[in-house]
Write a protein that binds this ligand. Sequence first.
Ligand SMILES: Cc1ncc(C[n+]2csc(CCOP(=O)(O)OP(=O)(O)O)c2C)c(N)n1
Ligand SMILES: [Mg+2]
Length: 511
Amino acid sequence: VADGAEMMFRTALAAGVDVCFANPGTTEMAMVAALDRVPGIRPVLGLFEGVCSGACHGYARVADRPALGLYHLGPGYVNALANLHNARRSFTPVVNLVGDQASWHLPYDAPLSSDTTKLATWVGWHRHVNSASRLASDTAAAIHAATDGAGGPATLVIPADTTWDDAPPEIPEVGFGSRRTVPADRVMEAAAALRSGDSALIVGGPLVTAEMAADMARIAAATGCRPLRYRAATNELGLGRHFIPDIPYFPEAAARATAGVRTAVLLTEGEPVTFFGYPDIPSTTLPADCRRLQLAGVADDIARCLSDLADAVGAGPATPPPAPDPLPAATGPLDIMSLGRVLAAEMPENAVLVQDGITSAAGFLTMTDRAAPFRMIQAMGGAIGAGLPTALGAAIAAPDRRVMCLQSDGSAMYTIQALWSMAREGVDVTVIMANNHRYNILQMELHRAGIDQPGPNALALTELSNPDLDFCSLARGMGVPASRATTAEELTEAVARANATPGPTLVEAIL
Ligand SMILES: Cc1ncc(C[n+]2csc(CCOP(=O)(O)OP(=O)(O)O)c2C)c(N)n1
Ligand SMILES: [Mg+2]
């Protein structure tokens, strides 16, 4: 006879969910044992739960189906939450299996007990499993919930007895959810609005493909609208693809990007807002008197809606974008521009780039159209510590592609142990560690707040020095070969070598 845990994994496998990023404990032992009876599921150990949840995010952003995250009661799940928040904000399907005390042990209030079900409410759909006979159907419900509409994390709280008790051997019906189709009359209304002059077409959501960018360019050519991206979690970019600018991060730049827009047609999550509130600056970035037309949201099929919209405005056939000027080779000391040039020049064809460079990515982001075609993943939730785990998950999902990871130093240290999982799994990842020895963005924010000469305490909380972090030693200590570059020539050489070497390599770029 099967137990609940075995039927849980068999159900996941029946849906094509076959990777489990895990950090287990005693309450999950029946699950751990069941993985040897359901060998189709690949277990990947993460040495911190935030590694597992970030890896689930990266995996789904490439594989287009969820992975399982396996966690140990409330404390383990809480450790996973920041990257689950990033997954939710990126509309990424993830299925969380959170072990809990055996139901009859809970009243004794043992040390690891907490209100796990209450914690599970934080990032979306959640269910407490009541019996072993329900575990498989609850798993099917979680898989559907994670993939339906907008997509996002779905969490099962699983008392240990429901995993080890006998369960009926039937696999329930299980499958993925779907997105909605935007009705034709709404598309016609938006087409008219785009033609009204001074209009903008703002697109985002889980994935903006090269075809979607081409449709945006066609619609812009037909209507004169301004095409912009907003909250696009994954983007297909690079040579031969239309360069559609993002609405910038800082509010002044964001307001400039949308200045003069009188009609905005939105196919994304809500209207553009600033990341934070600042005194005397509006929270929304569109002009106050601009008409907003929400054509599609993230629960809709945005790709289909865009192509319907292109038809509705009578757009011409897709044309290739104008060829950009060739990039001059980067030379001399590293800065964010030369770092960007090296990355653009060394991007392997069809790579996946996990972009978590924070301020060090600013150069590269102006020249994405010079790189060989690639897919870029960025965590939309703003919780730092996403990059390395996301790269781990992306690489497990795409064993035939090189994963590049542009990673800033401060963010890296939240989940640095993802490097160990990369080494253990032997995944092909090139990490470019942009080491500027500081929380640079926070120093920029201090400057924005009018503090030009931060005091010693403000510096203590924003400098990553004394001691300096040695990322080459950290990487080697976790089984990842590493080297350091201080010039563009050194970085070019090291990245080219890393890209030609199977397995993970870290290149520390000193800025
Ligand atoms: C979970 C979480 N904690 C803290 C922050 C606040 N925060 C935003 S950026 C940042 C530092 C980023 O430094 P680094 O990764 O080195 O990038 P840099 O700014 O130097 O480019 C911090 C601490 C956050 N966004 N998320
Ligand atoms: Mg930094």
